[in-house]
Ligand binder design. Structure first.
Ligand code: BGC
Ligand code: BGC
Length: 845
């Protein structure tokens, strides 16, 4: 009946849009009309140091001799890195590519869960292809780079260490050294050469989705860690280990300014002064360089509107000349394509300004052709090409790559028992213990006796994927179940083990059900995994309230509660803190959940096993809008100060905290529903057909009968749009808790939709706003879509009042967008949000 009404009530409306978006070449914001020119860099104010390794004439001679044997094509190949999802060993042989990487979603055979042996076999294949001199080439071994950013995190069975934010709380530089060594050992098992770590960002606005990749908001901790982690990975300069058989190549990233962008936006603009750039986000680089880091990765962000990938003064004058960096600069994932006048397949400017190796995952082929042509026509000088190739070769020689032989014949290769080796797991468990920060312990509820009856609840209780976060087996860390972590321990499993041994009872119930009243409830909850810009947030309120509801339920039942927060940043969780007797910030601990029990539980003898030693390396916000509160601020007023964290001897009563998130315009929060192709939390994206409903949480999703497929695809940056392909009757919806948009509807606010139509049939397509069961109002957009077929990106503005007239109860909108088609249709969406009074707004696309 409802469907019938839908179609009877069709309103046919006029087309009113649009505004095409330009594809490429792109404009840096500093090129936008009227923008102030970027300030000049004064290299002299930056630390001056000489390269830490003295010039080695024999090495330089080797490099020169090799260079002299290389053709122009081989040289161009050397400066290009392709992703294993888009390149074959045969292509590496043919194009003489200097490097390959596996992006966070790339793995042997496209299988993120491929066994370690498949990684090693593939490493052999690529190495063999690169060293094949059958075509008369120099046969230079290719370098395989990977994001081993919290352990060898792309590999099933590897030890996953806490993400950097937790390690920062541990405040133990020597721990970084040990973690570096363990990570490298596990990498060697699979034959890889190089890790894109450490991230030495100093994050100042916790809305940034990469906050957890940062050790601290305080440059002091980052400085103390950068050198030790580099030494753990590469070995210490001057020691026999340095870049020896058991060490690999490290990367300091992302140079420079990440963590300091406006509003914490990923790939955004850093507008700090040059001195602040040097002293805050830049603080770790001189240290990392002094400790011999061989690679620096350029950052996606810009500084005063100029993209770092094309920033000669910073990449060359500051990094190379002042700081004495003599390794090579690698670009970030198609980062060159964002430089003014560039595209992913062509960017002489990035190369000429200091990028020595392009990270060109899927664009390498076009980039190879264009770069070669640019050298031939002189846009890129041969001298500059030789310089970049020499830098890459210098690193390859230093790393012993020419003598290392087949990856499977190297130290530790194929010793699969080293993945998740007991010693590594013990180290990770210790790191977990050291990273936990105790924020509240009313009535000394902690430590809990292991002989007690303990209920372990919450969606993070028995969820190793959730406790590991992003960059874990998949790029966003989504799609993981406990079975994907054969060596891992969930937080519940860690508690259970100790409690059972001591004669207590640990019961797991995610929903918090119990038949016998427990002595204490431990609620594990927090953020779901995310990475990079998909983790950017508008504020620091925790979306979804499952943890809070559980805590309140137990409180009401008189059960003492311990809250364990899993998060990639400091969050405003005052309601949760109020509802809990004890509150622990556990960050993203990784696979060794047992470390949590080590601290929360007393030992079998009743004594404290391990006290809390973790201290906040990020200031904790007093409100959800206090997103950039940092030690040293003039008006510093966090809830918990930097360095805070209780121990078992502290007796502190917190009192009741304000539960007002102080989000200036609460309604203003509900103004963005889909951004860069993803639902904006707490909104969910779902696809639905006659077979049922599927929530879209990963890059690819299919509705139950296959009528609708959703895929994340690139537009301006990676996976920043979603493509929906209908084969039959199905719908996509953005859903959440009802919000009141009646005021906005009356004020002429419009729904803005960024979209393009790639294929459309004659089927009926409807766009509506839902307001609960049997409540919706919509418009027919069939003809308008047909009219936009293959006409590029469009920007549509639909007045909310149109939906009100068509039947949406604007006071209770729980589906701010629904597109229903009978198929076929291919529709790509970039964003959906509310915008005030638009001249072109009408009642259809
Ligand atoms: C890829 C990941 C990659 C990431 C880098 C994504 O599009 O799927 O593999 O690591 O981009 O930003
Ligand atoms: C990230 C880098 C990462 C690279 C390769 C990029 O998107 O910004 O940190 O090393 O992808 O996966």
């Amino acid at each position: 009946m409802r469907t019938l009404l839908y179609f009877v009530g069709l309103v046919v409306l006029v087309l009113g849009c649009s505004g095409e978006r330009s594809e490429s070449p792109r404009l840096d914001s500093h090129q936008a009309a009227g923008a102030a020119p970027a300030p000049r860099i004064n290299p002299a104010i930056w630390p001056q140091q000489s390269p830490p390794l003295p010039q080695d004439p024999a090495l330089e001679q080797q490099i020169a001799a090799l260079l002299a044997r290389m053709t122009l094509e081989e040289k161009v190949g050397q400066v290009i890195q392709a992703d294993i999802a888009s390149v074959t060993p045969a292509e590496v042989r043919e194009y003489h590519l200097g490097s390959i990487l596996n992006g966070g979603n790339s793995a042997p055979g496209g299988d993120n869960r491929a066994p370690a042996s498949a990684w090693l076999a593939l490493a052999d294949e690529f190495w063999q292809a690169s060293t094949d001199t059958g075509d008369g080439g120099a046969g230079i071994p290719t370098l395989w780079g990977t994001d081993a950013v919290h352990g060898h995190n792309n590999i099933v069975g590897a030890t996953i260490f806490p993400h950097n934010i937790g390690l920062g709380a541990a405040n133990d530089p020597d721990l970084m050294y040990a973690i570096g060594r363990a990570t490298v050992t596990e990498m060697l098992v699979t034959g890889l050469d190089w890790t894109f770590a450490p991230t030495i960002a100093v994050v100042r606005d916790d809305r940034w989705g990469r906050t957890y990749e940062s050790y601290s908001e305080d440059p002091a901790i980052v400085k103390a860690y950068a050198g030790r982690l580099v030494e753990g990975i590469q070995g210490a300069i001057g020691s026999d280990d340095f870049l020896g058989d058991t060490q690999l190549i490290a990367t300091a990233k992302h140079f420079i300014g990440d963590g300091g962008t406006v509003d914490g936006r990923d790939q955004g603009d850093n507008r700090s002064s040059e001195a602040a750039l040097r002293d805050v986000q830049g603080a770790g680089y001189p240290v990392a360089i002094r400790h011999g880091v061989q690679v620096v990765m350029a950052s996606f962000n810009s500084w005063h509107g100029r993209k770092l990938h094309g920033h000669k003064a910073l990449l060359t004058d500051v990094l190379v000349q002042q700081m004495g960096f003599d390794g090579f600069v690698v670009g970030d994932w198609n980062g060159h394509g964002q430089v003014a006048g560039c595209s992913n397949v062509s960017c002489a400017a990035a190369f000429n300004n200091g990028i020595d190796m392009f990270m060109a995952p899927d664009s390498w082929r076009g980039l190879f052709a264009n770069t070669l042509a640019q050298v031939r026509e002189g846009t890129i000088s041969e001298q500059r090409l030789d310089q970049a190739v020499s830098r890459i070769l210098r690193v390859k020689f230093r790393a012993g790559l020419f003598d290392a032989g087949l990856p499977s014949k190297r130290q530790y290769a194929g010793r699969y028992e080293l993945l998740g080796a007991p010693a590594h797991r013990q180290l990770a468990r210790r790191a977990v213990r050291q990273s936990l920060v105790l924020l509240k312990n009313e009535g000394q509820l902690l430590p809990v006796s292991p002989t007690a009856r303990i209920l372990v609840a919450g969606d993070g209780a028995d969820n190793i994927g959730k406790q590991s976060g992003g960059w874990t087996l998949s790029w966003q860390g989504t799609g993981n179940s406990n079975a994907h972590f054969p060596n891992g321990t969930s937080i519940y499993a860690g508690i259970r083990r100790q409690v059972s041994a001591a004669g207590g009872t640990a019961v797991l119930s995610e929903e918090g059900d119990y038949s016998i009243k427990p002595d204490v409830a431990v609620v594990v909850f927090g953020e779901d995994p995310y990475a990079e810009y998909q983790g950017d947030r508008a504020h620091l309120d925790l979306p979804g309230q499952t943890g809070l509801a559980l805590l309140q339920k137990f409180k009401a039942a008189g059960i003492p509660t311990v809250a364990v927060l899993l998060s990639g940043r400091a969050l405003w969780v005052n309601p949760e803190i109020n509802a809990a007797d004890a509150f622990v910030a556990a960050w993203l601990p990784g696979t060794e959940g047992g470390g949590v029990a080590d601290v929360l539980l007393r030992g079998p003898d009743g004594g404290i096993q391990h006290d809390f030693t973790g201290k906040l390396s990020f200031s904790w916000p007093r409100s959800a809008s206090q997103t950039a509160v940092n030690i040293g601020d003039a008006d510093y007023n966090p809830l918990f100060a930097y360095g805070g964290g209780l121990t078992y001897s502290d007796r502190v009563s917190l009192g009741t905290l304000s539960e007002d998130p102080q989000l200036a315009v609460r309604a203003g929060l509900a103004d963005s529903f889909l951004s860069t192709g993803d639902p904006v939390a707490p909104w969910r994206l779902v696809i639905r057909d006659t077979g049922g409903t599927v929530q879209v949480t990963t890059g690819k999703a299919l509705s139950p009968t296959g009528a609708l497929a959703a895929t994340a695809v690139d537009h301006k940056t990676q996976e920043d749009t979603s493509l929906f392909v209908w084969r039959g009757r199905a719908q996509l919806s953005i859903e959440g808790e009802p919000i009141d948009l009646s005021g906005q509807a009356a004020d002429g606010v419009a729904l803005e939709i960024g979209y393009q139509v790639i294929g459309a049939g004659v089927s009926q397509t409807r766009l509506s706003l839902g307001c609960g069961p049997d409540c919706a109002g919509g418009v027919n957009i069939t003809e308008q879509l047909a009219g936009k077929l293959n006409r590029g990106w469009q920007l549509a503005h639909l007045k909310l009042s149109c939906f009100a007239r068509a039947g949406t109860d604007m006071a209770s909108v729980n589906v701010p967008l629904e597109v229903q088609a009978a198929g076929p249709l291919s529709l790509q969406l970039s964003h959906v949000k509310l915008v005030p009074g638009q001249a072109d707004a009408g009642c259809t696309l």
